[in-house]
Design a protein around this ligand. Structure first.
Ligand code: FAD
Length: 323
């Protein structure tokens, strides 16, 4: 009853998100004096299971045919069975779209309580509390989950990974009795821009706002800078909404939450909704013509200048350093 169950979807590798989720689970299980149980749903997850077993006490792999591709109803049925059998105190998921979609429904099926977007999860006395950011990262809310299990999706990438244990946990394969549930089905899948690494995993991000002025300077000015920095490109909602760059580049409250070492915001005001997506960035740097732009309040480095003057100089310097 004091165990913690982490739910993962099959993936080819143990990425930063899965590592953070396992780390959060391991620490919470220690606080509760329980075990860390992992369940993985989907096909082709043997390598992931082996990695997770270095951290968790047990790993259950549900890779039967009905679960080969993600369908929300069927996955929900599987997770409800897997978690229900184990009666954990807490069920933790990451912040991928599948997990966000399933978490509240899973809580309902298990008779528990749900909260999303947690940046901290801890035990205080008998209570299980989750911290989440509110007002675009300006304040924190502490939420106590009264019904068990507490089902929480976390900003997994911002949690530290756990140390590997001396002995790997046991890996078992589940044989679930699940019917393919067709009430809602995903009928088509489209890949985000081919070949690009995930923005959420990027170490360096060059991001542009409305002040960039159009799609062309994203190509001619920001892209070469990003290439020199080995960075991925992102944008504010204003730039995405204008159709200058793909909507998948949007960072912020209604976009992606990123955790880079360096976030370079160019011609972005730094509205609270934008800052909500970069509050976990290690270093924020900004270029903006307006000295009062709010982004400067959050920036370690800032240049008050027209980006069209600064970016070519930056590129020149970086190119010289690489010669
Ligand atoms: C419910 C809700 C959710 C939202 N979610 C998001 C979200 O997820 N992500 C997001 O980004 N926004 C979000 N927004 C929108 C947000 O409030 C801002 O409107 C948006 O972030 C502004 O984008 P911007 O800074 O690029 O544009 P602007 O506010 O127009 O700012 C442009 C900046 O560029 C500067 N500039 C202009 N020319 C130059 C130049 N030549 N060189 C240098 N600087 C220059 C200006 O000084 C200005 O600071 C949301 C809003 C709402 C209401």
């Amino acid at each position: 009853m004091n165990d913690v169950c982490i739910c993962l979807f099959a993936a080819p590798n143990f990425d930063k998100s899965a590592q953070g989720l396992a780390g959060a689970g391991r620490r919470l299980a220690a606080e509760l004096d329980g075990q860390l149980l992992a369940v993985i749903v989907g096909a082709g997850a043997d390598a992931l299971a082996a990695e997770v077993a270095r951290i968790a006490d047990t790993v259950t792999l549900a890779d039967q045919a009905e679960l080969a591709e993600y369908q929300p109803e069927t996955c929900l049925n599987a997770l409800a069975q897997l978690c229900g059998e184990r009666s954990p105190r807490a069920v933790l998921l990451a912040n991928d779209t599948y997990s966000q979609e399933i978490a509240p429904r899973l809580a309902y099926r298990l008779g528990g309580s749900a909260v999303g977007d947690g940046v901290e999860v801890r035990v205080e006395g008998e209570a299980l509390r989750v911290v989440r950011q509110v007002y675009g990262g300006k304040a924190q809310a502490v939420i106590e989950l009264k019904r068990t299990p507490a089902v929480v999706w976390l900003r997994a990438r911002s949690f530290a990974p756990a140390a590997e244990r001396a002995e790997s946990g046991e890996i078992t394969r589940a044989a679930l009795d699940i019917q393919a549930d067709t009430r809602t089905r995903i009928v088509e899948r489209k890949r985000e821009a081919g070949g690009e690494a995930r923005l959420e995993e990027a170490r360096v991000i060059v991001s542009g706002g409305r002040g960039i002025g159009g799609p062309e300077p994203f190509e001619s000015e920001l892209k070469p800078l990003a290439e020199l920095l080995g960075a991925q490109m992102a944008a504010s909602r204003a730039a995405c909404d204008a159709g200058w760059v793909p909507p998948t580049w949007q960072v912020g409250q209604t976009g992606k939450k990123v955790t880079p070492e360096l976030y370079l915001g160019i011609a972005i005001t730094g509205a609270s909704q934008h800052m909500a997506g970069i509050s976990e960035a290690k270093v924020i740097a900004a270029i903006n013509t307006d000295p009062d732009a709010p982004i400067f309040k959050h920036s370690r480095f800032g240049i008050v200048e027209d980006y069209r003057k600064v970016v070519p100089l930056l590129r020149e310097k970086l190119a010289a350093l690489q010669r």
